[in-house]
Write a protein that binds this ligand. Structure first.
Ligand code: NI
Length: 223
C-alpha cells in the first residue's frame, strides 16, 4: 500500500530543519547504498555530524511518533535513524528496491520505506518519487511536511531534478506485520474500528470489530 500522510511536520518544524540543513555538509549518497543500488544512485546525503543529526532526529521522530495514521498503517516495531538527502540539478536515483536488512548496531528488516518532503514542490522541477505498483506507476511529489510510506520491496526511483533543490528525510521501518497485504487489511479495519469507538462505543458491533482487530493483530504480529 502506498499511503500519503499529510502534514506530518508543521511549518515551524520545517523552517527549523531547513535552517539547520542549509549550511550543513552533504556527501555522495553512494556511500550508504547497497552494491546494486549504488550503481544507480546519484544524490547527496547529510554528512555524519552527530550534533546536527541528533537535533534533526528529535524534531522528526517526535512528529512520526505522534502520527496516528503512521502508527496504524505501518505498525512500526523498529524505525531507523533518518537520512537527509538532497538532489540538485542533474541528480536522480534509478530503479531499485531498498536493502532488505539494515542497521550497523542492531539489525532490522526493512518492510516499509518512508519519504518526508522538506521543501515545497515549487522549489524544484522533476524529482518525483516514482513507485511501481500492481496498478502502474505512481508519481509522488508532495507539499513540504507531507510524507509517503510504501513497501520497501517495491521498485522505485527518483526522477531527475532539472531545477532547484529536492530535500527529503528518509527512513525505513520494520513492521510488526511484515506482509504488506495484511498491513493494509489491518489499517482498513482499524479505520472502521476507530470510527465506531468514537460514534458508537457501547454497541456489540463495535466490541466485535474491536476484538477482531486486536486478535488479527495478535495472529499476525511478529516481535
Ligand atoms: Ni529507495
Amino acid at each position: 500500500m502506498l499511503l500519503e500522510i499529510p502534514q506530518l511536520l508543521n511549518q515551524a518544524q520545517l523552517e527549523k530543519m531547513r535552517e539547520m540543513l542549509q549550511p550543513a555538509r552533504f556527501v555522495d549518497g553512494r556511500l550508504t547504498a547497497g552494491r546494486v543500488a549504488s550503481q544507480v544512485k546519484h544524490n547527496e546525503e547529510l554528512a555524519q555530524e552527530p550534533e546536527v543529526l541528533q537535533r534533526l532526529y528529535r524534531i522528526v521522530m517526535a512528529s512520526v511518533g505522534h502520527s496516528e495514521v503512521f502508527r496504524s498503517a505501518v505498525l512500526p516495531a523498529k524505525v531507523a535513524d533518518f537520512i537527509f538527502a538532497r538532489y540538485q540539478p542533474g541528480m536522480r536515483y534509478g530503479d531499485h528496491v531498498d536493502d532488505p536488512i539494515m542497521g550497523q548496531g542492531p539489525r532490522f528488516r526493512t518492510d516499509v520505506s518512508m519519504t518526508i518532503f522538506l521543501n515545497e514542490p515549487g522549489a524544484y522541477e522533476g524529482g518525483e518519487l516514482v513507485i511501481r505498483t500492481p496498478f502502474g506507476e505512481q508519481r509522488v511529489k508532495l507539499p513540504a511536511g507531507h510524507a509517503v510510506v510504501y513497501p520497501s520491496a517495491s521498485v522505485h526511483r527518483v526522477a531527475e531534478v532539472t531545477r532547484g533543490e529536492r530535500l527529503v528525510a528518509l527512513t525505513w521501518i520494520q513492521s510488526f506485520v511484515r506482509d504488506a497485504a495484511r498491513r493494509e487489511l489491518l489499517y482498513e479495519l482499524d479505520q472502521s474500528r476507530q470510527h465506531l469507538l468514537k460514534t458508537d462505543p457501547e454497541s456489540d458491533v463495535t466490541k466485535n470489530i474491536d476484538r477482531s482487530y486486536v486478535n488479527l493483530l495478535r495472529m499476525w504480529a511478529e516481535l
